[in-house]
Design a protein around this ligand. Structure first.
Ligand code: AMP
Ligand code: GLY
Length: 416
């Protein structure tokens, strides 16, 4: 089966590597547009992944048997709808079902209808409404822009003035003021075929830019999997109380969700609460989740895309643990540094258990350059978190990129 992966980040590189590791033939995998690292593993084509007509034309001409959509932009642009209309199996929800990620108020409505546990929230369209909602909930304050804001739409702060300032910036797109939820965060992915869901394995993302969870929110600076501290039965509980009812509600509304349901959760003292849904694989969690997958990924995603998850085998995961550390350009997440050369990747990739997923890299003549914020993800596996961390940080030590920064505390708390 020929497979087309849409996207150009470390998540897509991890998907490509997992396809090959679990049995897909590299010459049958194509990525569009891809990046310099993905191009070392499979063919990359300069296709506009956000243009439905181009993607359908390419997939038809190439007799693609499965399209896997990585980022949210093609979903929002209706690429999955166009592929489905053309009869091409696609792993990625419709434009409307993807609203679960794109509209926080839509997500809240679905959760309310399906009785899914989440934080209390007030929808506000004026600053006066925001002020009164802030006072209702009290500090710490959680203010969210109601739309796609590239990870910059949420502020969590005890400073009422900062919360208001954030609300003023986004008031045009609608604001959600939410109850603060205290606890550990968990990302849990489910494959969905419109009616059935199948869990992958839990991971934890490190969202803040700097060590000790300090600094601004980012797209994610690292992750690890599994989460040894989760209570027994956690995955089953999330499936029963969150994922299945959400998928059922969307199906009832005539918007069956086919693709990846990303459940962003907080484990509070009063139980599991949803903080967000995404309609796609998370980045960087995918790098650790798929690194541990043993079951053929192409078969699982094809079963979901064609409504056949019931007949698919349960996914199995390695007993080894995985961690990923993101290397970011100077200035990320505020402003991207200019393009700079990267050295030492061969050395880094030669460290035991290490794999490098590229994100913002490009080929410049015969060397590699960094062209954006999150440059690459160093992924390492090991028998223990202690070993995986040793491998990952040894590898990252070999990589030379002027001004680059990374967190040194990924999975540190579980490594002892
Ligand atoms: P979101 O984009 O909704 O996932 O929010 C980004 C980050 O803000 C989350 O990963 C959490 O760390 C934090 N956050 C969001 N909502 C809440 C909440 N209700 N209580 C505490 N932290 C939150
Ligand atoms: N790592 C968070 C996300 O993919 O949204």
């Amino acid at each position: 089966m020929k497979i087309l992966v849409l996207g150009s980040g470390a998540r897509e590189h991890a998907i490509v590597k997992a396809l090959i590791r679990t049995g897909s033939v590299a010459s049958n995998v194509i990525c569009a547009p891809g990046n310099a690292g993905i191009a070392q593993d499979v063919a990359c084509v300069p296709l506009n992944a956000n243009d439905p007509a181009s993607v359908v034309a390419f997939a038809t001409a190439e007799k693609i048997g499965l399209v896997i959509i990585g980022p949210e932009a093609p979903l929002v642009a209706g690429v999955s709808d166009a592929l489905r209309a053309a009869g091409i199996p696609v792993f990625g929800p419709s434009q409307r079902a993807a609203q679960l990620e794109g509209s926080k108020s839509f997500a809240k409505e679905i959760m309310a209808a399906a009785d899914v546990p989440t934080g209390m929230a007030h929808e506000c369209s004026t600053i006066e409404e925001v002020e009164s909602a802030l006072d209702d909930f009290g500090a710490p304050y959680v203010v969210k822009a109601d739309g796609l804001a590239a990870g910059k739409g949420v502020i969590v702060t005890s400073d009422r003035e900062a919360a208001l300032e954030h609300a003023r910036k986004f008031i045009g797109m609608g604001i959600l003021v939410e109850e603060f939820l205290a606890g550990q965060e968990v990302s849990l992915f489910f494959l969905a075929d419109g009616h059935n869901v199948m869990p992958l394995t839990p991971a934890q993302d490190f969202k803040r830019a700097y060590d000790h969870d300090e600094g601004p929110n980012t797209g994610g600076m690292g992750a690890y999997s599994p989460l040894p501290w989760l209570p027994a039965g956690f995955v089953e509980e999330v499936q029963r109380t969150v994922a299945q009812p959400t998928i059922d509600e969307l199906a009832r509304l005539g918007e069956p969700f086919v693709g990846l349901l990303y459940c962003g959760l907080i484990v509070t003292e009063r139980g599991i609460r949803v903080i967000e849904f995404n309609a796609r694989f998370g980045d960087p969690e995918t790098q650790v989740v798929l690194r541990r997958l043993l079951t053929p990924l192409a078969g699982l995603l094809h079963s979901a895309a064609t409504g056949n998850l019931e007949t698919a085998p349960d996914p199995r995961f390695s007993d080894e643990v995985a961690i990923t550390v993101v290397l970011a350009s100077e200035g990320y997440p505020d402003k991207a540094a200019p393009n700079r050369p990267i050295h030492g990747l061969h050395h880094a990739a030669a460290v035991a258990g290490v794999e490098i997923c590229h994100a913002a890299t490009a080929q410049d003549g015969d060397h590699l350059i960094a062209i954006g914020g999150r440059v690459l993800s160093v992924v390492a596996v090991g028998k223990t978190f202690h070993h995986a961390r040793e491998h990952a940080y040894e590898a990252i030590g070999h990589i030379k990129l002027d001004g680059a920064h990374f967190r040194t505390d990924i999975a540190k708390k579980v490594a002892n």
